[in-house]
Design a protein around this ligand. Structure first.
Ligand code: MLT
Length: 323
């Protein structure tokens, strides 16, 4: 009898003691990706998860929780236990813009702790092959000559593809008809099938379809050409000066996650980003690695706050309507 009581007491104590890094993780870790499988966020998370499990010694799962420009998935992660077993994957759209567009049931800064800044994606203007334009100038002329707005695929209001579309509209005076998907993976399927006209997409999502000749690329929103997509001109070369945008990504955990657990997750991601095979995969997708002095949790926290200060006034002024 005494042995049973003792075992029960120890079991209760085990739950009482917060997770600490020295034996973290003791079960699978889940990365919540707020967009559909097959898109750029999903691809980056899965490549990292594959390598993180080597360092952490536990399975790292990717769970796609979609909808409302990624804000549903972020909410799911933000409200999970602050024990390091649930990670919120996101980017400029989900962890900055959504705060200016949606009435979120959580606060992007108060309810999340930053873990690490991840690679960034230049955007690329891509269209279905049926569009009779060979250059960005011809594409813009085609868009302007249409009797009705062209259909632009996005991952929902506030997503990176949507913000990039708004930026493009603002610079060209062209009006687009946004078609929201649960991610730009499904949007890409419709672009290849000719069901929609264009996407202002993350390069990593379009690059393979461009290489296969299934869609047409006009320009990247980067001051310099991207090495693994060197045949795509920059927006400046193509005549749309200053249409620069890089979609940075990051990982967060619920506020209150033990600092030593965050440090362990941070180290596992940094190790994954330094892995030669991972670097090669990211390079091939046209992704740009984060600066090595910006890899601490604090650096992501400062970056996110600066981006909120920069983008919220712009997005609020655009009076974005949610889908
Ligand atoms: C977006 O912001 O457009 C999303 O990242 C697309 C995706 O990852 O599916």
């Amino acid at each position: 009898m005494r042995r049973i009581v003792l075992a029960a007491l120890l079991a209760a104590l085990a739950f009482a003691v917060p997770a600490s890094a020295q034996n973290f993780p003791t079960r699978p870790v889940t990365i919540v990706v707020p967009f559909a499988a097959g898109g750029p966020s999903d691809a980056m998370a899965r490549i990292l998860a594959e390598r993180m499990k080597v360092t952490l010694g536990e399975t790292v799962l990717v769970e796609n929780v979609t909808g409302a420009g990624g804000s549903i998935g972020v909410g799911r992660a933000a409200k999970s236990a602050a024990d390091g077993y649930t990670i919120s994957f996101g980017h400029l759209g989900t962890h900055v813009a959504n705060g200016a567009i949606y009435k979120l049931g959580y606060d992007l800064v108060a309810d999340l702790d930053p873990v690490v800044l991840l690679p960034s994606n230049t955007m690329v203007l891509v269209s279905k092959n049926a569009v009779p334009a060979k250059t960005l100038k011809e594409f813009i002329d085609w868009l302007k000559a249409r009797p009705s707005p062209a259909a632009a695929g996005t991952a929902g209001a506030g997503s990176g593809s949507h913000i990039a579309g708004l930026y493009f509209e603002n610079l060209t005076g062209i009006k687009l008809q946004y078609v929201p998907y649960r991610g730009t993976g499904p949007a890409m399927n419709d672009l290849v099938a000719g069901q929609i006209d264009l996407i202002v997409d993350q390069l990593s999502n379009s690059i393979q379809q461009v290489r296969a000749g299934n869609i047409r690329a006009y320009a990247v929103t980067n001051p310099k050409r991207i090495e693994s997509a060197a045949d795509i001109p920059t927006v400046d070369e193509a005549g749309l000066n200053g249409f620069h945008m890089n979609l940075w990504s990051g990982m967060w955990v619920p506020k209150g996650t033990p600092k030593d657990v965050i440090a362990k997750l941070n180290a596992a991601v940094v190790e994954a980003m330094n892995d030669p095979a991972v670097k090669k995969q990211f390079e091939n997708l046209g992704l740009q690695m984060p600066p090595s002095d910006k890899l601490t949790p604090e650096a992501l926290g400062e970056w996110q706050k600066a981006e909120i200060a920069k983008w919220w006034p712009v997005i609020k002024a655009a009076n974005v309507k949610v889908d």
